[in-house]
Design a protein around this ligand. Structure first.
Ligand code: NDP
Length: 280
């Protein structure tokens, strides 16, 4: 049976992951069979079982299935455990082992591609969903200073802060508190608001002239936040395309034991300026 790989999500039709993994495979002479599978939450476990029985040995998991993927894994890596979310599944007999490569993907993009030294950076994380859970531990590991988490539903921000277990470094605030929080060195938009055509309410005082802003989404969903960041005076404003390619490279390494060169794939995708509806 040919080993198969897939990305599960809902929706997932516009995912760039099949293209990225095909490009990575080509670097090593591998003909990678990787396709997108649309699975509604109620169907995910059954469809993943069918995928496994058909030769599936590795899968990525995206919105809104990352927490469900965490729950179904027989074992999870440390990054996935700290995130409470899984974006990479690795077949382990009849079962699955779960990892989370989102956070290292973001840090590799910011530190590697954009040359940012994140140590001691006062950081604002907007959102507390699956992506925020994935990136928060990696940002802390990268040495950022104080991390402030703000989420529309405050209880989810509190739950994330509790899971991170660093009360001296991680705090939560309500959206209404934003005007009183001062400015941040790094502002991460991990909300999915733009997918519903909404731009979260932000004000210019959150940024200074050295600030970096990153929207984990890319294409048209990132336009509003990046326009806000530039108007607010941020020095650097980037979307989530680099993170997408970097997290894919980490997943590829976990499955195939070799790390692809991300630069040509990133450059190609950026040049094509595709505008997908979903992020990964
Ligand atoms: P989730 O559905 O898990 O979480 C969504 C988050 O957005 C929640 O914190 C939610 O708040 C918040 N939110 C939704 N609507 C609004 C709104 N109108 N105003 C304020 N906050 C809102 O999604 P993910 O965490 O998986 O995805 C978040 C973003 O990250 C998406 O743009 C996604 O495409 C992107 N992403 C990018 C990746 C990459 O590799 N570049 C990888 C993974 C994700 P609440 O808790 O109140 O509902």
């Amino acid at each position: 049976m040919t080993p198969q790989f897939a990305v599960f999500g809902h929706p997932v039709a516009h995912s760039l992951s099949p293209h990225i993994h095909a490009r990575f495979g080509r670097q090593f002479g591998l003909d990678v069979d990787y396709h997108a599978i649309d699975a509604a939450p109620a169907d995910f476990v059954r469809m993943l079982g069918e995928f496994r029985d058909g030769g599936g040995i590795g899968a990525n998991v995206t919105l809104p299935l990352k927490e469900a993927a965490f729950a179904l894994c027989r074992s999870q890596g440390e990054r996935a455990r700290r995130a409470g979310a899984v974006n990479t599944l690795i077949r382990d007999g009849k079962d699955w082992h779960g990892e989370n490569t989102d956070g290292i993907g973001l840090v590799n993009d910011l530190a590697g591609r954009h040359g940012l030294d994140l140590r001691e950076w006062r950081t604002l994380l907007l959102g507390a969903g699956g992506a925020a859970r994935g990136v928060a531990p990696a940002l802390l590991d990268a040495g950022i200073g104080e991390l402030t988490i703000v989420n529309r539903t405050p209880a989810r921000a509190d739950a994330l802060a509790d899971a991170l277990g660093e009360p001296a470094r991680v705090l939560t605030r309500c959206w209404a508190d934003l005007p009183r929080l001062g400015d941040f060195d790094l502002i991460v938009n991990a909300t999915s608001a733009a997918h519903a055509g909404v731009m979260p309410e932000l004000h210019g005082g959150l940024a200074n002239r050295r600030s970096a802003a990153v929207d984990l989404g890319y294409g048209e969903v990132a336009i509003g936040f990046l326009a806000w960041a530039r108007a607010a005076g941020c020095l650097i404003a980037v979307n989530g395309l680099g993170m997408l390619v970097e997290q894919a490279a980490e997943s590829f390494r976990l499955w195939h034991g070799q790390r692809p060169d991300t630069d040509p794939v990133f450059a190609e995708l950026q040049a094509r300026q595709r505008v997908p509806r979903t992020a990964d």
